[in-house]
Design a protein around this ligand. Structure first.
Ligand SMILES: [Zn+2]
Ligand SMILES: [Zn+2]
Length: 269
């Protein structure tokens, strides 16, 4: 078999309007690059993002969804938004609650409100028995406190688009969290982030695009898309001391485990 090793994009915003013109071509290119499966994050702006993510997952057997409201937008949340998330969270194609968390870099919503909503989304994850996808920027200590207070380790934790230090990576290991690296890890000035890769246990390592944002080198500056994850995987493999195929196999297995998705039957199955 000359098949490419299967890759899993654990965090893609392919529900967004950036992909309205060519979504099916983007997903076809992803498959050609070995990205057989992905999770679309329905959490940007209004809950229509969550609705779109679930609709995509309903129509494509290799796509799953998450639902929540990004910490940037929690100050706009209404009771109706919460009701939509509470309904969609139970949908069988929804594999996690997120992205939720704390962003103290932008502070688009007040920190108090971000913390309160993060806690409430973790409790929603508990109510539906699913893991939580966390967006944490410049707020790792508060995030770990809240994750601990809500016993999120019991549900499963993904720290998406990890941008912390090697010590942060080690501290998340105490919460048994999965740590996901985006295209940022390929950037020239990201040596401290590359240094964090070997601090994550290989069975807790994930990769993602966070597309349309953060295209990896050599695609930096372009609209990102799931197929570009190959470049991120190459760098993470090197830093983890693994060859590309082993890194692909390991991170894909990890993605299936944390999202509780049955692995695809393959030639080696
Ligand atoms: Zn994020
Ligand atoms: Zn995201």
């Amino acid at each position: 078999m000359s098949e490419l090793p299967e890759l899993f994009d654990t965090h893609a915003h392919v529900d967004g309007e950036e992909f309205d013109a060519d979504r099916s071509e983007v997903l076809a290119r992803a498959r050609q690059a070995g990205v057989k499966r992905l999770v679309v994050i329905g959490a940007v702006g209004e809950p229509s993002s969550a609705e779109r993510a679930v609709a995509l997952a309903e129509h494509d057997p290799d796509v799953w969804a998450t639902v929540a409201t990004h910490p940037h937008d929690v100050d706009k949340m209404t009771p109706a938004w919460w009701a939509t998330h509470e309904r969609l969270a139970r949908h069988p194609r929804v594999v996690a609650i997120g992205e939720t968390g704390l962003d103290y870099f932008y502070d688009h919503s007040s920190r108090e409100l971000q913390q309160a909503c993060f806690g409430r989304f973790i409790e929603l994850a508990r109510a539906v028995g699913k893991p939580v996808v966390c967006h944490i920027r410049d707020a790792h200590e508060d995030a770990r406190r809240i994750l601990r207070e809500h016993h999120a380790a019991e549900l499963g934790i993904i720290i998406h688009c990890f941008t912390g230090t090697p010590d942060d990576a080690k501290a998340y290991a105490e919460l048994d969290a999965y740590v996901s690296f985006s295209g940022i890890v390929t950037y020239k000035n990201a040596q401290p982030l590359r240094d964090a890769v070997p601090c994550v246990a290989t069975d807790r390592l994930l990769i993602e695009t966070d597309c349309p944002y953060l295209a990896p080198i050599p695609k930096r500056g372009k609209r990102n898309e799931p197929g570009f994850i190959v470049h991120t995987a190459e760098v993470v493999a090197k830093e983890a001391g693994m060859n590309f195929a082993d890194l692909a196999r390991q991170t894909t297995a990890n993605a299936h485990r944390i999202y509780r998705i049955e692995p695809a039957p393959g030639p080696m199955a």
